[in-house]
Design a protein around this ligand. Sequence first.
Ligand code: ZN
Length: 274
Amino acid sequence: MKSAAKRRVVAVLLALAIPAFAATVHAWGDIGHRIVAELAWRQLDPSARAEVQRLLKADGADSLADVASWPDHLRDEPGREALGKATGPLHYMDFRDGKCHYVPPRECPDGRCVVGGLEKYVAILGDRHASTADRAEALKFVVHFVGDVHQPLHAGNRDDKGGNDYQVQFDGKGTNLHRVWDSQMLYTRDLKWSAYADRLAAEGPVKLPRPIAPFDNPYAQWAEESCEIVAAPGFYPDSHRIDDAYVAHNLPIAETRLREAGKRLADLLNKTLD
Ligand SMILES: [Zn+2]
């Protein structure tokens, strides 16, 4: 092949491959993020709810669920590509020691991990001197990152792009473990996000894991919990096959993470916006 033609083929292959990767790397799919936001919304106290409503309105949005996936689509939004690129590393964290111990700055150089993302945007959201526009934007990041840090594969300890590099068979089709956890396992319930939120809310208040000493940083604990789930035997199926037994064991874990994220997001907004 002549080199110009070869370059064209490479360009076409890259154009096909990059959107697929970009779409899978930033997790819980839209459905998971909406569920977390909706569960949180239902648990807001009246003053936090009024403030959330004010910020959403200033942003032209109707509901917390509607903005929950916004940070995942910034790179496609004209004029926001740079923000999308700059905030890309804030959606996840890689534990470096093969275990699940958060040791800054190793896990979070210059605050560039999901824990740093939460610290940064919670501070802006709670800053009454910041502009309404900045606080509305911070709210969208906070809603999203609380979801992300609870998706186990957003804070794992393997060098595989959060399971994106771990190919599996699911329902007779090839996919990867990240996508299975982002959305494909949730889709097996065959529920729209609002009905799914109803179902999870009907399970009653979730019992949150106890704060682990010596952390005064709850976000780091949430990341460590995700890492422990990923590190459990069988989380990566040796057969590279997602069978009924895998879903029966792991879907309830994913749903508990959604419920925990919803409750913690509500607590965080209640505290920050009171
Ligand atoms: Zn994300």
